[in-house]
Design a protein around this ligand. Structure first.
Ligand SMILES: C[S@@+](CC[C@H](N)C(=O)[O-])C[C@H]1O[C@@H](n2cnc3c(N)ncnc32)[C@H](O)[C@@H]1O
Length: 222
């Protein structure tokens, strides 16, 4: 998926790139060597610390809020990456998208990645699980697209990628505390056949595998 995200961004060795919600630096690690400059910002000082631990001369991580990109210059970047961050912006999604628009050069790309339930039967179940994890925006592909277009962007392409997730890995990767992890596991134990089919979910030992859909969207500043 990372390769695809990078391939549609139009970046090259002259590109200046910003990632909002850069987390532990997974995308930065891949992008850093391919561009002229890469800056990642994240609201969590802990994430910035971890990302900076693996810092190479090609990447630069800062503490910052994606809802206020005022410390960057208008039209500074060739591409802005927003991988799995927009759902966090319960208080500022449209401001963030406007800020991304502002800091991009004309013709620059915003690359967004968010995940969605595989099938309608799994929507309510997936929303309940994610609501246990955190306060978040529940997008549908259309509402995500509308938010991006409302900030002035033109959507250039969208692609869906289906990935299989192991529940225990998902719980670990998201640092869920024991109580929340247990609540989510209990939801899997009690899931109906209809939801099971909607998630293409199967039990493997004490664990579950399920499928989820990622939407990768490329939008262009006019
Ligand atoms: C699911 S992680 C994704 C990390 C990274 N983009 C990746 O794909 O590996 C979401 C990240 O967004 C960050 N985040 C949430 N709200 C933010 C905000 N308002 N400004 C900047 N970062 C934010 C979180 O701290 C977290 O590191």
């Amino acid at each position: 998926m990372l390769d695809y995200v990078v391939s549609i961004s139009g970046i090259n060795t002259d590109s200046e790139v910003l990632e909002i919600g850069s987390g532990t630096g997974v995308l930065g690690k891949q992008l850093g060597t391919q561009v002229k400059s890469y800056i990642g910002i994240d609201i969590s000082p802990e994430m910035v610390r971890i990302a900076n631990e693996k810092q190479s001369p090609d990447t630069f991580y800062l503490h910052g809020d994606a809802v206020d990109l005022g410390h960057f210059t208008p039209c500074q970047f060739d591409a802005v990456f927003a991988r799995m961050i927009l759902h966090h912006l319960t208080h500022g999604l449209s401001k963030c998208l406007q800020e991304c628009y502002k800091v991009l050069k004309q013709g620059g790309r915003l690359i967004v990645c968010e995940n969605f339930p595989l099938a309608a039967e799994a929507e309510e179940f997936q929303k309940k699980c994610l609501d246990i994890k955190e306060e978040r925006i529940t997008f549908k592909p259309d509402t995500l697209r509308e938010s991006i277009e409302s900030a002035g962007f033109t959507v250039a392409s969208t692609k869906e990628i289906v990935l299989t997730i192991r529940l225990s890995n998902w719980i670990d990767n998201n640092n869920l505390d024991k109580q929340r992890a247990e609540r989510i596991k209990q939801m899997f134990v009690g899931m109906s056949d209809k939801v099971k089919q909607g998630l293409r979910c199967r039990k493997v030992g004490d664990d579950w595998l399920f499928e989820t859909k990622f939407l990768i969207l490329s939008a262009k500043k006019k």
